[in-house]
Write a protein that binds this ligand. Sequence first.
Ligand code: GDP
Ligand code: MG
Length: 317
Amino acid sequence: MVFGQVVIGPPGSGKTTYCNGMSQFLKLIGRKVAVINLDPANDALPYECAVNIEDLIKLNDVMMEHSLGPNGGLVYCMDYLEKNVDWLQAKLEPLLKDHYLLFDFPGQVELFFLHSNAKSVIMKLIKKLNLRLTAVHLVDSHLCNDPGKYVSALLLSLSTMLHLELPHINVLSKIDLIESYGKLGFNLDFYTDVQDLSYLQNLLAQDRYSSKYRKLTKELCDVIDDFGLVNFTTLDIQDKESVGNLVKLIDKTNGYIFAGIEASAVEFSKIAVGPLDWDYYRYPFIISYLKCSAHNCLYFQFSQELHHVLSFDRTLC
Ligand SMILES: Nc1nc2c(ncn2[C@@H]2O[C@H](COP(=O)(O)OP(=O)(O)O)[C@@H](O)[C@H]2O)c(=O)[nH]1
Ligand SMILES: [Mg+2]
């Protein structure tokens, strides 16, 4: 079994910096790490990558040849990768014996809640190479300072969780900077735990831009509340303790903590019920019980609810 992380999130949320910091941390604790750059828009990589999508296809070439902008170009590159997944498989095979894998994906968010290409690449690799991957979804913590943007981050996180159907952790990145963006409307716990979004209504009313969409935002918040799946952990990539806490969480979601243990029910349960030094229930996962049928059902329900909110009542805006 090979373990690893699929690192996703909007542009600038810190994915490449994360892969660099996380690989250094994992090396320090004795793991052999391979970083795989699948973002053709990544230039000047800070890490040494084991596989680089640039060796398969270049974003600039695609944009020139097909007269596409950067967004269309990235969708094309992911489609091309999906068609050439054997190339990626062949590159990964020599690493499988003893490496932990970090996949640095593009920041085009629609690739992860709308298009099927990136998901198809991930699923094919999981199946063919017997990988155990957790999706680490980074969201810049500065979005917490704007209630409208925070709701959009919640919606993005939920739709990505439901679309990707992987063990999933949402992370508020750059948490070291959060105070520099001004005072938050609530304690940080409010934003990480996502317990009761009705409190956001007052903040939305005070905001010049968001107040216009108050009713729409309320309906969207109800959808997020109904699913009750989204919450966040926090990360400062330069803080070892912060990275260490996240690693413990990821190891639990992708099963790394069980690796190398005799597959006996007794050994498994000893670890599963062992004492934890973090607050397990505060953190987000879609655990692997979210099997395919349940996923399809949830994703369908989500699409229906969203469609209902967006099309039903024009007076919402
Ligand atoms: N202060 C701080 N800056 C960060 C952190 N993570 C990333 N950054 C900065 O955020 C910017 C965007 O990061 P990058 O990794 O290129 O984002 P990507 O587009 O998601 O790959 C860079 O200037 C990073 O130095 C963090 O934890 N703290
Ligand atoms: Mg990047």
